[in-house]
Design a protein around this ligand. Sequence first.
Ligand code: IPD
Ligand code: CA
Ligand code: CA
Length: 274
Amino acid sequence: MQKMDTVVYDAMHVGIEAAQAAGKILCDMLETATVREKAPKDLVTDADIAAQQCIESRILAAFPCHQFLGEECLQPNVIQAMTSNVEWLWVVDPLDGTVNYAHRMPNFAVSIALMHRGQAVLGIVLDPMAGELYVAILGQGATVNGRKLQSSTCTKLDSALIAASFPPQVQKDSIEIAQFVDILVHSQSVRRLGSAALNLCYVAQGRLDAYWAGFLKVWDVAAGALIATESGAILSRHDGKPHDPWGGELVVAGSEQLHRELRCRLQAVEQDAC
Ligand code: IPD
Ligand code: CA
Ligand code: CA
């Protein structure tokens, strides 16, 4: 246990420095980055690549025996291998919110998580434009710029501000759009902010009362999910089963009551569509 705590604290310092260095690269390249499509509406820029290289080199220099999974260096067989029981695995999204970034909208983040045998033990999310650094260690709470985070106490859907994420190729007649319309009508309002990692941090901070998504990747959520749960938020799959960071979907809310109400509505729409 002593050894594990030491690794996690050392990792926190290295991870924060890597996030800050990557955040500086993103800010420096904001006006000049070149953008291309990996798939329709799924963007990558040369800033994503530069930020990831910066993070990877710092982390592997400090922890040469650890594994590294970054969004921009992937082959499908590599991802598969990573899902197995690796002892120490860093999961990194060098730029979450690429569409915002490509349009020079300031809502984007660097997301860095450390997993121990499949469980996130450290989460770091940096919003470099706002200068907000979110950090959580498993079992030790979450902070923003050193201040303790506490999720919202809102218990009612009709007074809740909620965010949603959609996949890049969302279809007109899809369940996601039906869910969006349903929650828009029944909540105070719904936002689509463009960064899953920041949505999770905003739930941790109480800026958002809840957030749901259906198609996320492990690098979108691994850090933010820990930050949200360490701030007291409730997180699960849409069916209420435990959240799996490799599983794609999540529903998270500051309070248990709001989580239940939101989850029930999302599920009711899913079942209606069956
Ligand atoms: C995306 C963002 C977005 C979510 C997408 C993700 P990227 O990540 O988190 O909010 O809706 O599903 O792919 O591509 O900007 O790293
Ligand atoms: Ca992402
Ligand atoms: Ca990304």
